[in-house]
Design a protein around this ligand. Structure first.
Ligand code: NAD
Length: 281
């Protein structure tokens, strides 16, 4: 039986429209939500991501400010820019596009963002809140994955969830969210032994590795929900996920495509987080 496809583009469109309407309502009350996006250097992939974020803000009625700095920008200059954005009352959310140039300590820059404006959810205050179940900003990609699972009505309570990838941006926060939804969670990584034996037990399998077509059909339990976070550029220029989509779709119960799966959800969640930041007193 072929898997049901979880359409991230369609769901993200609905969520973006809901955000747009709430932004309009907030604007009518005199608050214009604003997002500042800082990009350092000219990494082509980062430029594409930033351009999409700015375009999506405009479509949602969120005022966006793009701050483009040269790759040679030093840490002190960047910290000063972040401090100015922290103090700017028109800016509700601050996003510093990663990766930053090697001479800048990315951790230090992220920690300099005011937690109330941390719409990416990467600050330790946000991570700590997520870990302890307190309110705070949830990183956009894991939040998007949870929204997809919810919309597709994938049963979570008591399920066995396996995440491949332990990054601070995807794997670890997603593990916390799935745990909060009463799943039993395993995080696998590059040193995990006998990976396929673990993934075959998963009711929900999330791939966040960064290697094209890494998850093959023999690694998937029949009927499982397979979420593909990976974005990989193939030599022919096409995008591929971390999951061998065509083969896994024959085994899985649900599957997300790439493109058109988790990617659009990440931006939808960024807009939702910016709205949330603007609503705060
Ligand atoms: P990362 O490089 O920080 O982490 C990759 C993880 O994969 C690591 O934890 C590593 O241990 C694990 N890994 C590597 N090789 C492995 C192997 N052979 N077996 C098991 N685990 C292995 O990556 P990230 O930032 O979490 O991103 C992962 C992927 O998701 C990338 O393709 C990235 O482009 C994509 N991504 C997509 C979105 C989106 O919006 N859809 C957002 C963030 C990241």
């Amino acid at each position: 039986m072929a898997a049901r496809i979880i359409d991230g583009t369609a769901l993200a469109g609905r969520l973006r429209e809901a955000t747009r309407q709430e932004v309009q309502a907030l604007r009518a009350r005199g608050v214009a939500p604003g997002l500042a996006v800082v990009i350092v250097g000219d990494d082509p992939a980062s430029r594409v991501y930033v351009r999409n974020k700015i375009k999506s803000c405009e479509a949602a009625g969120i005022a966006s400010t793009l701050i483009e700095l040269p790759a040679t920008t030093d840490e002190a200059t960047l910290l000063a820019r972040v401090a100015a954005l922290n103090a700017d009352r028109a800016v509700h959310g601050i996003l510093v596009q990663l990766p930053l140039p090697a001479h800048v300590d990315a951790g230090r820059i992220i920690e300099a963002i005011a937690p109330a404006k941390d719409v990416d959810g990467f600050h330790v205050a946000s991570s700590g809140a997520l870990m302890t179940g307190l309110p705070g900003f949830v990183p956009c990609t894991p939040a998007g994955v949870m929204a997809m699972l919810d919309d597709a009505q994938v049963p979570l309570s008591g399920s066995r969830a396996v995440i491949i990838g332990r990054s601070n941006i995807v794997g670890k926060p997603l593990a916390m969210l799935l745990l909060q939804s009463d799943a039993t969670v395993t995080i696998c990584h590059s040193r995990t032994r006998d990976l396929a034996a673990i993934t075959r037990e998963a009711d929900i399998l999330v791939a966040a590795i960064g290697r094209a077509n890494f998850v093959t059909a023999d690694m998937v339990k029949p009927g499982a929900c397979v979420i593909d976070v990976g974005i990989n550029r193939l030599p022919d220029g096409k995008l591929a996920g971390d999951v061998d989509f065509n083969a896994v779709a024959q085994v899985a119960g649900w599957i997300t495509p790439v493109p058109g799966g988790v990617g659009p959800m990440t931006i939808a969640m960024l807009l939702a987080n910016t709205l949330k930041a603007a609503r705060k007193p």
